[in-house]
Design a protein around this ligand. Sequence first.
Ligand code: ZN
Ligand code: ZN
Length: 550
Amino acid sequence: MDQIKCPIQNHENNIERFCHFYNCAEPTRLMCETCEREQRHIATHKGWEKIKEIFEFIEKKQKNCEIDIIEQLDEQFKVLQSNFIQLRGGLELKYFLPKIKIEKYNGVQLNKYLCDLVKLPDIMEQFSNLLENFQTLIKNIVDFQIANNINCIQKADDNQQLSDYYYEQGYKLYEIDKFQQAIEVIEKSLKYNEKNIDSLWCKSTCLSLLGNQSEAIKWIDKALSLDDSDLDSLCRKSECLNQQGKHKEALIIIEKAVSIYPECIDSWFRKAECLSLLGQQIEALEILDEILMVYPNNTDFLWRKAECLSLLGKHQEAIKLADVILNVNPKHVNTLSRKAQCLSLLGLQVEAMIWINEGLLIDKNHINLLRIGAKCLSLLGKKKEAIEMIERISSQDLQTLIIKSECLFNLGKVEESLKVINQALIFYGNNLDLILKKIELLMAQREYSKALVEINKVLGNNQNNIDLLWMKGECLYRNDMELQAIQVLEQALKLNQHHPKSLLTKGNCLFFTKNYQKALQCYTQLLEENPNHLEAQDQKQQCEKHLSNK
Ligand SMILES: [Zn+2]
Ligand SMILES: [Zn+2]
């Protein structure tokens, strides 16, 4: 905007100001340094601004035009249209009577209808007045257009201009989270050009943010059918699929984006996200570590890394990362929730509740905070508070059902807990989280053989799920199959050599088969990171006792 030359002849400078004084008599409303020196505008009137303010001015005037003219025109058109329809319908009703109705008329009715028909020339005379008024109205509209130099749409360029204009307006609404209103404006944009990729993307994004993933995918597919390598569209589609829980499909789409735009950090991040959601934490961490080298302070990247670490059972490391984020942004609710979850998984329910309450002060309806809070409260034995918190979650989605079952379990109601999971399995089919929960409950009831059946059903597709591997190891151990158990546990420890549960069970297997020296190593390793682990302390002592007796 500041690179435009002054339109006045012999003025060599770029424009610096613009004048919006209504009665300005100067030849141009644009002003350069020379204009100012020549005292143009300045000597006679006020009402000019720096050129960088011009868009603010333009927007204000566009808004005026929209409210005072366009909206009035739309309103009058609607009124006129509805009057037309009423008039037309009324005329039909009055004059177009079917034979079947006329045959049933009495004398009075028939006489009246006959009179109406005979007097038709009367209304035709009035009608021609009406027609004349319409002709006048049409002429007025055309005159108004000519007088004010207003052209109607003639070229494809005109359509593109209006499509872009309404896209810009819709995008502004999207930016301030007014998604429904944004969609309405974007539809105007698409009316002028149904192939506007930006508008298709914006509509899809708004629909997705309003929770309507299948509609969102429909619109982004339209964009991709116009350009199947558009980066924003690929990212949007992958995001929608993730929201639908279709992480594998989402990964395929985002891998396409990564291969076309390997320099785009955002698509790498999204790939890491997909991998993490698919349970491939180590692969996700590899990518995250690389992009964090470029952007070491990016909150999203750090948060996702904490998430991956936590899913690998590395809760202490995850908490450290969460603290880094909270240091920069103490109100980052997703981080508060992650930190609380880690503390809870480390058995520190009271500490976890502190962060949950802090988070709920910022967002009282945050679903994850409510879920973790309910679980902590149930672990603390606060039954009433736990149930109250779970009831604050309005939706009966998958994760909420899982937490509900966990709360019931923690409150000692194992049967009821299993019932919730079995019901959820009917709705959500082969969802891994549900199956994991079911296995956990079967194990809690010491039904290790039944648990093994469930584990073997899903392990094939989830070879890198550390919890699943540990569960299998634990069940095998409980069924006196120590050697097989150790094999599986070593697979788990390959994913995370400090995984506490796997170390404990492996130690127990070795202890039970009288390999006290090796068992001692497991317990010692476990205690290095978890010095307060009571069972490990106890078992370690037992090992030492056996070893010294030899
Ligand atoms: Zn002026
Ligand atoms: Zn000038």
